[in-house]
Design a protein around this ligand. Structure first.
Ligand SMILES: CC(=O)[C@@H](O)[C@H](O)COP(=O)(O)O
Ligand SMILES: NCC(=O)COP(=O)(O)O
Length: 245
């Protein structure tokens, strides 16, 4: 089974918002990435709606034929209400603070165990699969499993930085340890943040039980050069397991 690719289309909304109007059309982009081979669409609405707007999420839900993943901070009631209204296949809970440039840390699943347990139940009761964003630390994975989450998403910025510095083995080691712990505890595994055409294959090959990656910033940047259709296919190709002879 190959790892699924969910395309994060936040950056398409950033471009649209820079001029007002509806160019590029975010809903059309969601339709197209699925048509081009993506296994899902990810959005991360933030309270200031600087990229994906809450209403985009409603419109995208109407056209989704693959998997819809909504990421965000469940301490915002508006976010919780949106997720319960639109009922995506998956919600990914990310502990961002207000005005944060982008996500930069995972949950402390031990300190916030009771809070996460309660919130996860709210979404699970609505039939929505839950993933929580965590740093690559086996202790945090153990804490995550105790909350009842279905999956974790490993925050991969640190991996991407070390990989770019040529430290591939050091970069992947904590992620393999965290991923092994998740597998041992029976929780599903996603990953994302700063994954790109250079670092993705090594990550996926070292953690072949990885369920899904969500990729936005680098993929949309690559699409400026290669086009969206080619780019989705380039990323998909990196997720196909190497044949065993
Ligand atoms: C959780 C995560 O790593 C991504 O959702 C990333 O934060 C995208 O959000 P922005 O597009 O706002 O940077
Ligand atoms: N969950 C990670 C995501 O959706 C995209 O992150 P990035 O590729 O924009 O860094």
């Amino acid at each position: 089974m190959s790892t699924k690719l969910s395309v994060n289309i936040n950056k398409i909304a950033t471009l649209r918002n820079s001029r007002g109007g509806n160019n590029p059309d975010v809903v059309k982009a969601a339709v197209d990435v699925q048509h081009f081979g993506a296994d899902g669409v990810t959005v991360h609405p933030r309270p200031d709606e600087r990229h994906i707007r809450y209403n985009d999420v409603r419109e995208i839900k109407k056209i989704i034929t693959t998997e819809f993943n909504i990421e965000g901070n469940c301490s915002e009631q508006k976010f919780v209400d949106l997720v319960l209204e639109t009922r995506p296949h998956q919600v990914t809970l990310v502990p961002d603070v207000l005005g944060q440039l982008t996500s930069d840390h995972g949950w402390n699943t031990i300190t916030h165990k009771d809070y996460l347990t309660d919130m996860i139940q709210v979404f699970k009761n609505a039939g929505i699969r839950v993933s929580i964003f965590v740093d690559p630390d086996p202790e945090m994975v153990i804490g995550a499993a105790a909350t009842g989450t279905d999956r974790i998403e490993l925050y991969t910025e640190q991996y991407a930085r070390q990989f770019a510095d040529g430290q591939q083995k050091q970069a992947i080691a904590p992620y393999v340890a965290a991923a092994e712990k998740a597998r041992e505890l029976g929780i599903g595994l996603n990953a994302g943040h700063d994954l790109d055409l250079h670092n993705l294959a090594y990550f996926a090959q070292n953690i072949p039980w990885l369920d899904e990656v969500s990729i936005g910033h680098a993929l949309i940047t690559d699409a400026l050069y290669y086009g969206l259709q080619n780019t989705v296919q380039l990323y998909k190709r990196l997720l196909v397991p190497a044949p065993k002879y």
